[in-house]
Ligand binder design. Structure first.
Ligand SMILES: [Zn+2]
Length: 133
C-alpha cells in the first residue's frame, strides 16, 4: 500500500492568474487564495460557489460610492436569479426536491441582496446629497 508516487502530476495542469490581484492560483481553485475573487469555471457552475461569486460582486458594489450603473447591473443579475425559485415551483414539476430547494434558497438570497444593495444605494445617495460624503 504505497500512494506517495501519485502526486507527481499535480503541477502539470498549469496555474490560473487572478484577474484582480495577479496572484497565481492552482488551476482547480474556484477562488483566489489572496483576495477571494472568483476564478475558474467552478465559480459559475456550482450553485453554492455561484452564491459566493455573486457575494464578491455584492461586496464590491456596496464598498464603493453610490453608482447607478452598478445598481442596475445588480438588478439584472439578481433579479433574474430571484425569479428562478418561483419559476421552478411553477414549471419544474419533474425536478428533484433538493434542486427546487437550492433554486429557492438562491432566490431568497438574491432578494435579500437586492434589498440591501438598493437600500445602501439610497442611503449613500442621500448622504452625498446632504454633503456628508
Ligand atoms: Zn486575487
Amino acid at each position: 500500500m504505497s500512494t506517495e508516487s501519485d502526486h507527481h502530476h499535480s503541477q502539470s495542469e498549469g496555474n490560473v492568474v487572478c484577474p484582480k490581484c495577479l496572484l497565481s492560483n492552482s488551476a482547480s481553485a474556484a477562488f483566489c487564495a489572496a483576495c477571494g475573487a472568483p476564478i475558474g469555471m467552478v465559480a459559475t457552475i456550482d450553485p453554492i460557489q455561484h452564491i459566493h461569486a455573486e457575494g464578491f460582486a455584492y461586496r464590491a458594489a456596496i464598498d464603493g460610492p453610490p453608482n447607478r450603473i452598478v445598481l442596475i447591473g445588480m438588478w439584472l443579475v439578481f433579479g433574474s436569479m430571484a425569479l428562478m425559485g418561483p419559476g421552478v415551483l411553477i414549471g419544474g414539476s419533474g425536478m428533484p426536491l433538493i434542486q427546487v430547494i437550492i433554486f429557492n434558497l438562491v432566490s431568497v438570497c438574491s432578494i435579500v441582496i437586492l434589498y440591501r444593495t438598493t437600500r445602501n444605494y439610497i442611503v449613500k445617495t442621500r448622504l452625498a446629497d446632504a454633503g456628508h460624503v
